[in-house]
Design a protein around this ligand. Sequence first.
Ligand SMILES: Cc1ncc(COP(=O)(O)O)c(C=O)c1O
Length: 453
Amino acid sequence: MVLNMATIQIRTEIPGPRSRTLMARREVAVPRAPYNTTPVFAERAEGATIEDVDGNRYLDFAGGIGCLNVGHRAPLVMSAIQEQMEKHLHLCFAVTPYESYIAVAEKLNALAPGNFAKKTILLNSGAEAVENAVKIARAYTKRPAIICFEDAFHGRTMMAMSLTSKAHPYKAGFEPFASDVYRIPFAYPYRNELGTTAEAFAHHLENAFKRSVAAESVAAVIAEPVLGEGGFVIPPRDYFKAIHTICRKHGILFIADEVQSGFARTGKWFASEHFGIEPDLITMAKSLGGGMPLSAVTGRAEVMDAPGVGGLGGTYCGHPLSCVAALAAIEAIEKGGLLARSTAIGQHFEDRARKWQKKWPLVGDVRGLGGMCAIELVRNAETREPAEKATKQIAEYCYKHGLITITAGTFNNVMRILVPLVVTDEQLNEGLDVIEAALASVTEQKQPALSHA
Ligand SMILES: Cc1ncc(COP(=O)(O)O)c(C=O)c1O
């Protein structure tokens, strides 16, 4: 089948023969736990497109789960890596430091919201950034407890998993979890039970001090400004100000986990900026590295300096290739006007998705902050019963028709958009056309699709 479209080109049945062979090898050699969203194996990628090993071309609306805001193989990133390869690879910042690590720290200190002295430590993954933010908060406050949220995702390492909300597949079977973790409901306006105002939602934090943990035992509250894996949920604009004010009152630090929402995803460097907050600590990863593994914790200098010498770090943290890639990715965001582009993508998505919502009750909610946008699918617009099966069918329809997408949400019923921000208008429309066709297809099949979600 060949689709007559600008970018998407399907040459074989999907998955094609080479992908099927690789999947058979994968099943023998790799455990089942690391899940594959699509059964197609990549050969190469460029901008917002991926070509598989069978020569099929896809549009990429997943961006390696939000890691490619500057696009696959962004030219500035590629040349920075090539140049660095001629100098040195791993040295270990703890043994023989190098300038690019410092330059990334300086850049992040300048970009992060807050007109106060900041410091930055570099790490490898989002989960590692979260682990370190918690260590730093505990070292500074000399308190044990951390408050986190329902529907949160912070990673798969022990503390990050303990802070994560979704039981299956992230937590079940991996107990016991880290201690001194307390969870309160997140401001999820579409699924609220207790009013939709920022104050009503923030009240859960005050409640927790009475019901679960004394305020003076709490080191930090950690929140994603926009829930990532939890379904791209956007709280009311005043919500985090209310949370932060309560934190300050009790000497509690506020950690913004911007691993998914950072680096232009929402039309600003950090989603925190939309909410007018200056977090004490920010965790970042994903698109920071422009396609290379890199994460960071940036925060108030005095807080960051609380752990003693040698208390933080790791062999590979702030790898030289990742550091130069991050500097280039930041430059690509600046030079490519990707903050504004993200806002425009979000607006265009919303315009189209609102039409889908009018046409199909399956589309229960349309939401987004810049290019971090999503639709939440429901079996019934009144009861808002999650349409998990239909969501899975839509994702499958999409990759079979040349569009890589990923789902999200505690109830597995959210289609999220993490398209590289360098996507062209034509490609964006092409991808949205596929989602529209998928919605039409699933709605037409209706009974099998929607009756047993
Ligand atoms: C908000 C958030 N925090 C932390 C993580 C964990 O990042 P990593 O998978 O790099 O460990 C993720 C990953 O999706 C995330 O979205």
